[in-house]
Design a protein around this ligand. Structure first.
Ligand SMILES: *[C@@H]1O[C@H](CO)[C@@H](O)[C@H](O)[C@H]1NC(C)=O
Length: 211
């Protein structure tokens, strides 16, 4: 019975983080953090996904396997949108890691022409970039001050990394990496779409002039 204890711990930690955030964001010259909205997975995915394909990817990413297909017992619980961004970011990082592993597997194949091998190396430089930015996305969410301020830039950076890889593979559309990159790009895009639900922090109001 480890699972219920685990989720209880998470349930206890989340309000604590929210409280810490509240404290740090109201002091000093910090930016003013808008309250983070809460909604169900379905609401979040419906709000940001423009295509049926993206909607399916969104639901698949954010609904844990155990909870899916639970019929009437499935909980339609509200969660902070930052949790959804974090979950999608971790999903993207897992996908990057799987692609990097697939690339390493191909590296030793004698059948791979030298030029394509070089293209794979250059593609992976884009992945390295994407990993750095996407890693920051999850970290950004820990503090409401950096959260929205840097979130958009970090999502853009990850997407740029995916596109940098793709440009290196244009000459090799049959490469297994090409298809993987397109799928990974969609996962990256999903994080960016979900990040639109996180309100931007606003600069503190100007001090009222003393008479
Ligand atoms: C990526 O998403 C678009 C639409 O959102 C879809 O048309 C395309 O097939 C997807 N690509 C992959 C590889 O999943």
């Amino acid at each position: 019975m480890v699972k219920p204890i685990g989720s209880l711990a998470i349930a206890a930690v989340v309000p604590l983080l929210a409280a810490l955030c509240l404290v740090s964001c109201t002091g000093g010259d910090a930016r003013w953090c808008a309250p983070v909205p809460s909604m169900t997975v379905e609401q979040a995915c419906d709000a940001v996904c423009g295509t049926a394909h993206m909607l399916k990817l969104c639901l698949r990413t954010l609904q844990p396997r155990a909870r899916r297909g639970g019929g009437e017992h499935r909980r339609r619980r509200d969660d902070a949108v930052t949790r959804y961004v974090g979950a999608a970011a971790r999903g993207a990082l897992d996908a990057y890691a799987a692609t990097a592993a697939a690339k390493r597997g191909m590296q030793y194949s004698a059948a791979l022409p030298a030029e394509e091998r070089t293209a794979h190396e250059r593609c992976m430089a884009g992945y390295d970039l994407a990993v750095r930015f996407m890693g920051r996305v999850a970290g950004d969410l820990a503090s409401c001050e950096t959260a929205a301020a840097r979130l958009r830039d970090d999502c853009d950076g990850s997407l740029a990394g995916m596109d940098a890889c793709r440009r290196k593979l244009f000459g090799y559309p049959a490469s297994p990496l090409y298809g993987r990159n397109l799928a990974d790009r969609n996962k990256t895009m999903l994080v960016g779409l979900l990040s639109n639900l996180v309100p931007m922090p606003t600069p503190p109001p100007p001090p009222t002039p003393s008479p």
